[in-house]
Write a protein that binds this ligand. Structure first.
Ligand code: NAP
Ligand code: ZN
Length: 348
């Protein structure tokens, strides 16, 4: 077994503890990654606090992993010791179903194995990136291009790919008006990517506290949705809305901001339901869509795009003992714009 220091959530909502955890010895197709940085995704918080239903404890969260390959299994062909790689939300899939063959492993018919709070096909619980090392199949490690530093690369592995997928699918680009609801981890990446794709980007944030940041990230317009009359004034405006909000939202109002044939792609995963009348989508033939992370080929494509356009996440680097406080700040909307853990600070 391979032992590594990690941050462990012992039970739902409990404070993190630094402990040593074990990973399997390398299989033929495995790589061992020395993790440099792990991003804090709001999904980590939903799962550590058991907001999505029963979770597996003790839990080592983290699915925004960036590091360097430090050992390879006998059959590994894609990577060598010293390569810079990332790992996102998945660490295994069947590899044989139509979705895996299409490079959409997140839709695997057998069920993709999640990086943490999941169970591997070997029956063992998976452990994520709040640790100094992780073992994964080379099929689920993605090369990080030169020119993207590891700290700003880590959040691309979940936040980046999650907003890249719907922006690509729904045709963000020149001539398209894209709105991003919620300027947090996913939201700030959506602004950066949509602007680099050539779209006209608007931020829809609750207050004007992040106005300067929104514009600096690449938005042309910024709207504080809590201000009187703002949403009313935006009726029928956008071709594409990316909803990244982690809490319940008046969906019907936001659908009304779409132009005819427009789409609102929901990536946020609050615990409540969205509520809207059939007429809200029938009038204007509008689309309410969802989007689930993205496959490994798309992740590599997104990373290449980021390298070409000089894009990384905007991060605040924290040490292991600051993670509990960082969770509270994320929930309060007080993150600018992704926390990344310097995993060297985990003392187990
Ligand atoms: P985050 O950094 O906390 O950002 C969410 C943003 O939503 C906040 O910054 C805030 O923006 C806004 N917000 C928060 N509470 C709100 C409220 N009560 N009303 C209105 N707006 C509110 O979270 P994240 O890491 O970007 O993740 C966002 C959501 O996406 C989470 O639910 C997460 O689980 C989910 N997610 C989904 C996928 C997928 O594959 N679909 C992948 C990753 C994450 P403002 O302060 O600007 O208003
Ligand atoms: Zn995530």
């Amino acid at each position: 077994m391979i032992s590594t220091p990690a941050l462990v959530a012992p039970s739902a909502g409990a404070a993190f503890e630094a402990r040593t955890v074990e990973h399997r010895d390398l299989r033929d197709d495995d790589v061992l990654i020395d993790i440099a940085f792990a991003g804090i995704c709001h999904s980590d918080i939903h799962q550590v606090r058991e907001e999505w239903g029963s979770a597996i404890f003790p839990m080592v969260p983290g699915h925004e992993i960036a590091g360097v390959v430090s050992a390879v299994g006998d059959g590994v062909t894609r990577y060598q010791v010293g390569d810079r790689v990332g790992v996102g939300c998945m660490v295994d899939s069947c590899g044989e179903c139509e979705h895996c063959k299409d490079g959409e492993e997140q839709f695997c018919a057998k069920g993709a194995v999640m990086t943490y709070n999941g169970t591997g096909y070997d029956g063992e619980p998976t452990k994520g990136g709040y640790a100094q090392q992780v073992v994964v199949s080379e099929r689920f490690a993605v090369g990080i291009p030169d020119g993207i530093e590891l700290d700003v690369a880590a959040p691309l592995l979940c936040a980046g790919i999650t907003v890249w997928s719907p922006l690509k699918r729904w045709g963000a680009g020149p001539g398209k008006k894209v709105a991003v609801i919620g300027l947090g981890g996913l939201g700030h990446m959506a602004v950066k990517l949509a602007a680099a794709m050539g779209a006209e980007v608007s931020v829809l944030s609750r207050t004007d506290a992040k106005k300067g940041d929104g514009e600096a990230l690449g938005a042309t317009h910024y709207f504080a949705t809590g201000d009187d009359g703002v949403l009313k004034g935006l009726k029928g405006t956008f071709d594409i809305i990316i909803n990244t909000v982690s809490a319940d939202l008046p969906m019907q109002t936001y659908i009304g901001l779409l132009r005819p044939l427009g789409v609102i792609a929901n990536v946020g995963l609050p615990t409540g339901n969205y509520d809207f009348a059939p007429g809200a989508v029938v009038g204007g033939s509008r689309v309410v869509a969802g989007s689930n992370i993205g496959g490994i080929p798309a992740t590599a494509e997104m990373l290449a795009f980021c390298a070409e356009h000089g894009i990384g996440a905007t991060v605040e680097t924290i040490s292991a003992d600051e993670v509990d406080a960082a969770y509270d700040r994320v929930v309060a909307g007080d993150v600018r714009y992704r926390f990344v853990i310097d995993t060297a600070t985990i003392n187990a």
